[in-house]
Design a protein around this ligand. Structure first.
Ligand SMILES: CC(C)(COP(=O)(O)OP(=O)(O)OC[C@H]1O[C@@H](n2cnc3c(N)ncnc32)[C@H](O)[C@@H]1OP(=O)(O)O)[C@@H](O)C(=O)NCCC(=O)NCCS
Length: 159
């Protein structure tokens, strides 16, 4: 079963629900809001199998930078190159020549799941932003990693 990439800024209700469901399982309830996926300034790259979303990459331009906000692949489809497929589409079709790319990567249990993808596409680790989500963690969203305190760090990558 092949995977297709769909680029869009406008998601329909079903697509939003599918993205929210992936986000909830991977990051926790409320990490992404419905409104987030309806924002038209956010470009969404959807990985589709049989018209079902199995992953997404969200990105937006701020001034002259493009920011990878989130990349998420459904558990059962991880490590099957779908994340790489979305990243490849992003770097080939979305990023403009000489554009500065910024990626915020999640570090959990001392591992950075997106590290290899970031490096493969020419991004370098710049610095740790520390407990970036602490203010919101287990307050405005129910983080799946929360254990008495906020556990995750955010690492900034750029080209
Ligand atoms: C991280 C993620 C987006 C990668 O997508 P994917 O489709 O699983 O990745 P790919 O199959 O394209 O693999 C690309 C490389 O990343 C590595 N990788 C994938 N998941 C990884 C993980 N959890 N930890 C460490 N490395 C990982 C693969 O081994 C592969 O390495 P290789 O190129 O040397 O073979 C996906 O696993 C995911 O959604 N994870 C949970 C959510 C998350 O952490 N998102 C990132 C937030 S910044």
């Amino acid at each position: 079963m092949s995977t297709k990439v769909k680029e869009t800024t406008l998601l329909n209700e079903i697509e939003v629900q599918q993205c929210l469901s992936i986000s909830k399982k991977l990051f926790g309830d409320g990490y992404h809001s419905k409104n987030f996926f309806f924002q038209s300034n956010i470009i969404k790259l959807l990985a589709l199998k049989n018209n079902n979303i199995v992953g997404f990459l969200t990105t937006k331009r701020i001034k002259n930078k493009i920011i990878i906000d989130c990349i998420a692949i459904k558990y059962r489809w991880q490590k099957k190159k779908i994340g790489s497929l979305l990243a490849n589409y992003f770097f080939k079709n979305i990023v403009r020549d000489d554009e500065k790319v910024i990626a915020y990567a999640w570090k959990v249990n001392n591992k950075i799941p997106a590290h290899k993808i970031n490096v493969k596409f020419g991004l370098k680790k710049i610095k740790s932003l520390g407990k970036y989500w602490k203010r919101k963690c287990n307050k405005s969203f129910k983080c799946i990693q929360y254990q008495n305190s906020c556990k995750c760090e955010c690492i900034l990558y750029s080209n």
